[in-house]
Design a protein around this ligand. Sequence first.
Ligand code: ARG
Ligand code: GLU
Length: 753
Amino acid sequence: MNTTLKSLVLAAILMLPSSLIKAGEGMWLPLLLKSLNEAEMQSMGMKLTAEDIYSINQGSLKDAIVHFGGFCTSEIISPDGLLLTNHHCGYGQIQSHSTVENNLLKNGFWAQNKSQELANAGLTATLIDRIEDVTAVAMEGITSEMNSAERQSKIDRNLGFFKDDYELQSYQEIVIKPFYNGNQYFAFITTIYKDVRLVGTPPESIGKFGSDTDNWVWPRHTGDFSLFRIYAGPDNLPAEYSDDNKPYQPKHFLPISLDGVEEGDFTMVFGFPGRTNQYLPGSAVAQIKDVLNPARIAIRDKALKIIDGYMRADEKTRLQYASKFARVANYWKKWIGENQGLNKTNALAKKQKYEDDFQESCPPKYRDLLPQINNQYRKLEDHALAREYYREVAQRNIEIMRIVNMAKQMGRAFKKNGTKGYDEFVDRISPRLESFYKDYRPEIDQEVFAALSEMYVNTLGQKYSPAEFHTLQSTEDFEAMAAELYSNSVFTDEKRMNKVLFASAEVAIEKINNDPLYKLQSAWDSIYKDEIAKPYDAIQDRINILQRYYMQAQMETFPNKRFYPDANSTMRVTYGKVNGYSPKDAVTYNPVTYLDGVIEKYVPDDYEFDVDSKLLELYENKDYGQYTDTNGKVPVCFIGTNHTTGGNSGSPAIDAHGNLIGLNFDRAWEGTMSDINYDASICRNIMVDARYILFIIDKFAGASHLIDEMKLVRPKRGMAKSDKEMIPNKPNFDRTKLEQKSKIKKSQIKEYK
Ligand code: ARG
Ligand code: GLU
């Protein structure tokens, strides 16, 4: 190309509308945004600085982001500690407050005042006080001569000393985790609140609208949200539950935008993504796609078909198994989408190309690395398949195995502390046993057991199977064995089980040890440990070391490429744009759905697609209040290119100014392979539009007292009237609160331009 042409092409690229730039990949550490991301984020439209997002000197966005129960994300949306998360994140709590007479799942729940908010034993809300790079501390005294065990134990000791020396307040904790496959370490200083109460939830027909059929699917119409509140002691610090506790006064809470989004708008998602694997070699991705995912999918296919048959036949069964079915179906469906996406985007060919580039440019000392890793993955394959089978069959899908495992722990408690240890253990687990049996149907589980063990033996052969399975030939043999086991075991029947448990410890342990299911599980489990887990772990340890080198080697080889660490349940920021996509030939998706779509999907009395009469009425009367888009319709969900994963559920979607615009709860099916291979062409996260949440709280539930607590803003329309006040289109941080409640000096709080 001649120079004029080149500069013309360059100019053309620079002139592309910014919405065509498909940025989105990466889950970034808040503390590194300044150096790695700020410029790009601002070029995409963000009006904040990195310091506005993460600061240890003043209230910043991060002070509103809360790890919910350690498994989901939530955010503070009022000066009184009001917490927003997904319906599916609060599901367990909502369920635990539900009874047949007062079914919160079915009817929804809205506390009319603070005294009606419902306590949740064991539920925590974790705030991040600061993040520190402790890599230098971890690596002190590490030499290249050390083998990996020596290296790790030195790192552990270094970090142990660091933790011991770190001055924590009584209410703080410190967690240190490895990043970049163990090349870096970061410490997180946290404050954990222990009194978190349920404030409100829509009925399931809104919070779970579309259920499993729509799960992972775009276009989506689910109002997947619920509201909680953090309570604190008199000093605003964490306290155990008490009537005297007061609503927590946050350093920052998110204002909520009534202006919503349009295609091309900047979005940022802030939360606690669980686990990703972006830096696997192609050989490992191929193994997931061609060996492990098909196995997992086939096993769950079988289990789900059996459960589904029973659920369809009988309403009581449907209720008993709904949440178990949803759990099993969730990842079953995700893996199917993951494989489709990997195929559709030619992920393996792209990995190959990347690895070819790497081989060509890497320092010579790394040339042997990829062949070695590939070799280890080849060795791992049989063990990995067997491990997946065992875990799926014996640990995740045959329900009774969980009870057998508890019984094992009973035996251990008895061995360790005699009758006292046994009694204490039984006391502790009896609520769990009770809730297990409440929704347990042995005849269903027995059928699952027969089908999955047959599959297990047929796939893995006798080597990995307990002797009891060796003589079985036909499906009937497996069914007969299952019938025999399930009718003779104490575990499969609550009455038999209780009779055993409340006998003396000695008698109980004796009975348990002689139980046929206990014996089978024990034999199976020791085969797993010796024949599967042991060799698997040995190879995996080796792989982990090689992956650490490979990460280091990639960073050295491509010094201009930005690398983000894999998710590990620590606080991250991801950003992208509101953007539709094309899942298949001739199909293009818009990025926003509306209430009209809920009505289109409506199937009266259907357990997935029923619509509440109140919502139908609001729709018919177009009684939408201030919660409409510019087209006069109520938006429900939208998608963007933000790179999210499990754990990001409940994460806030934030606009260019720092306002809440949505609530993350899912990903589009074709893009679930973003856990191992993000591709901006089809990877989309799904969020509930903040205006749908407000509409449901205000218009559907009539809980306007909650709206009054929040701060609604109109950043796009400049001065515009909200229900309460005129809000200028500028600073969104609640200064007054900040100034009163924290020790931050006024001069430290700066304007956002
Ligand atoms: N797919 C979402 C998340 O992984 C939502 C799961 C809950 N909903 C359901 N229908 N199972 O994990
Ligand atoms: N529903 C997921 C969660 O529970 C989020 C969806 C995803 O995996 O991205 O965290």
